[in-house]
Design a protein around this ligand. Structure first.
Ligand code: C5P
Length: 220
């Protein structure tokens, strides 16, 4: 079965307080987006990579991806779900791995676990347990949640393309934060596999510094 990695990079990427969308900023020697694309492109079981970018971002995207085989760049939409839907049209039938451009490091073992898990479920996602105490609240706490029932869900997320297209048609309304949410709402079964701390999404300036340190220390 063909495996296509779909990297979504059409977010505004400005929560980190910079004008350039963060996916085009250099992390170590390469733009963030290029790290994410290369991490999946070099996996032996990944046949093709496609990338969704924001409208008007063709120039930085082409520069970031120079020399990589990613086919035609796809233009994304307002919400992440719009971007994924647009990207799916550029993916071959078979398995799709939907991945955030904001996650530069992807251990190959995670990709293997995801693809293997698809033999027993409609989808597969990498997860990690919660380390901190988790509570509801605002300026004061309004109840601690039992963290043993909670998981942090990362990307890449693996599906058969036809299932994911179906799930978006059935349950893609609103603003789902990932594809596993849409799949569950459509009544499909999503399996979990062990995730990895190195798959952490770079959201804050602090995340970025940590990733720079991991690269510099050659931990990645
Ligand atoms: O905003 P958030 O951190 O959830 O974004 C996760 C990923 O989805 C990022 O890689 C971002 O570029 C992408 N995204 C997108 N299109 C949007 C919003 C987010 O491709 N409209």
């Amino acid at each position: 079965e063909t495996v296509t990695a779909l990297i979504v990079a059409a977010g505004s990427g400005t929560r980190m307080g910079s004008d350039t969308p963060k996916q085009y900023r250099r992390l170590g020697a390469k733009p963030l987006l290029r790290h994410a694309v290369e991490a999946l492109a070099r996996h032996p079981r990944v046949d093709a990579v496609r990338v969704v970018i924001g409208a008007g971002q063709e120039d930085p995207a082409r520069e970031a991806l120079a020399g990589l085989d990613v086919g035609d760049l796809v233009t994304g939409g307002k919400e992440r779900a719009d971007s994924v839907r647009a990207g799916l049209e550029a993916c071959a039938d078979g398995i799709v791995l939907i991945h955030d451009a904001a996650r530069p490091f992807c251990p190959p073992a995670v990709v293997d676990r995801l693809i293997d898990a698809l033999s027993k479920a409609d989808g597969a996602v990498p997860v990690l347990p919660m380390a901190d105490t988790v509570a509801k609240g605002d300026s004061e706490l309004r109840g601690t949640v039992n963290r043993t029932q909670l998981l942090r869900v990362q990307t890449p997320q693996a599906f058969h393309k036809s299932d994911l297209v179906y799930a978006y048609e059935e349950a893609g309304r609103g603003t789902p934060t990932d594809e596993s949410t849409v799949m569950q709402h459509a009544g499909l079964k999503v399996a979990t596999v062990p995730g990895d701390e190195s798959l952490h999404k770079l959201t804050t300036a602090n995340d970025w510094e940590r990733a720079e340190m991991m690269l510099a220390a050659q931990m990645i």
